[in-house]
Write a protein that binds this ligand. Structure first.
Ligand SMILES: [Zn+2]
Ligand SMILES: [Zn+2]
Length: 407
């Protein structure tokens, strides 16, 4: 099976313009790959010639192709301490695998490794059938998951990196990961010298970690609450903006921020007063018949909606390898696609990154397959051990996902 996929990947790498596969400052980057017939990552590779790197990729047609976010004097040395660290690009990763989307209950599966019992969503603590606690989890993906990844990416780029940190949009390189999310590379060498600790602080700000309301100037007394205005900056301004959005939303009879019922009532009863105060930049947020506890709950809900769900370890670990743009993702067969900011909205992650398009082929499932949209069509669900006739792109996707084989 993997031989066939490797062959397909080879046809892609053989024809691609080698320049596209080269990371910025490629001579200083550690290169790593995962191969089709070996477990684990082959890393600590380094290349001084463009042709050497492209030959390496064409020859191996790797299942996954990564490069370091860091730059080194000698990237090929396998001891991290002796590589000669120069600095590390600031990168962010948004992967819906880490985000709790409601659809996971529908499309993620678990299987007990002891007795084979299967279920939906996240696995239980212990198997209800045999009491063992070792599971195999099978994550799937869908439009809702990928929409969430996209909206978080837009939030990261627009609200945090551009608006708060002042990084120009043309210095923010957005890349579809080829699977469940997006990466954002900051193309500004000034950030390369940030320590892991400083990167963590940036992440804490973006994820809204450890925000203390009194510390950011929200004074909640027993009868009075002194809030923020649109003239404030950072999280203060963000909270007001989200409050304004919540009030407008609830006035229209919606609840897109997911407030519990009592909080919706608190906001809707005071909608006009709140609008007037926000628009006129008044700090008095005291409301009749709204207990301070409920006000605090409203603000915490605003924070949890405004925070951005980045995968923090990717940003703070300066020794990490990241997926190379224009490479292929071995778990989908999709291309890792660089995107300009104005291309992100229209980008369709289940259609635009398809590389291998072709006629219908026979595909044999080796396990139950959840439904998936590839291009314009929805395929599946398919039962275990069945033969189906599907287009090449869908067969490649499912084979890369490991749920069956091209036959
Ligand atoms: Zn079991
Ligand atoms: Zn989903």
């Amino acid at each position: 099976m993997s031989k066939l996929l490797k062959k397909l990947f080879y046809t892609y790498y053989k024809d691609i313009d080698a320049g596209k596969l080269l990371p910025r400052d490629f001579k200083r980057r550690e290169i790593g790959v995962m191969l089709w017939d070996k477990r684990g990552m082959v890393r600590h590779k380094g290349f001084l010639e463009k042709s050497e790197l492209s030959n390496f990729i064409i020859t191996n047609a790797p299942r996954h192709f990564y490069h370091s976010a860091s730059l080194y004097k000698s990237p090929w040395i396998d001891n991290m301490a002796h590589k000669g660290y120069y600095g590390c690009d600031l990168v962010f990763d948004i992967d819906c695998d880490h985000i709790d989307t409601p659809c996971k209950e529908k499309h993620d599966l678990w299987k007990c490794k002891q007795c084979g019992l299967e279920g939906n969503g996240l696995h239980p603590k212990v198997c209800p059938e045999c009491n063992h606690a070792v599971f195999e989890s099978k994550g799937w993906l869908c439009d809702t998951c990928l929409e969430k990844s996209k909206s978080e990416t837009k939030k990261l780029v627009e609200d945090f990196l551009n608006y708060d940190f002042g990084i120009p949009l043309d210095q923010l390189h957005i890349i579809f990961s080829g699977h469940r999310g997006y990466h954002v590379h900051v193309l500004n060498d000034a950030f390369r010298q940030l320590s892991s600790e400083s990167r963590r602080e940036l992440c804490d700000f973006i994820t809204g970690t450890g925000i203390s309301l009194p510390q950011i100037g929200l004074n909640v007394g027993s009868k009075m609450i002194n809030g923020f205005t649109l003239d404030d900056t950072g999280w203060r301004e963000r909270i007001v903006k989200y409050l304004l959005h919540a009030v407008q939303d609830i006035k229209k009879g919606k609840n897109s921020l997911g407030f519990e019922k009592i909080l919706v009532t608190c906001i809707s009863h005071n909608a006009e007063v709140l609008m007037e105060r926000i628009v006129n930049k008044k700090r008095n947020w005291t409301l009749e018949k709204v207990a301070m506890g409920n006000w605090t709950k409203i603000i915490h809900q605003l924070i949890s909606e405004a925070r951005c769900e980045i995968d923090v370890p990717v940003t703070i670990d300066t020794h990490r390898l990241i997926r190379a743009p224009h490479s292929l993702h071995g778990r989908t067969g999709f291309k890792v696609v660089p995107l300009a900011w104005d291309e992100l909205d229209d980008f369709d992650p289940f259609s635009d990154p398809i590389v291998f398009k072709g006629k219908e082929v026979m595909f044999s499932t080796t396990q139950r397959v959840k439904e998936i949209r590839i291009g314009e069509e929805i395929y599946g669900p398919f039962e275990e051990n069945t033969q189906v006739k599907i287009p090449l792109e869908t067969a490649v996707f499912l084979a890369c996902k490991g749920v069956g084989v091209l036959s």
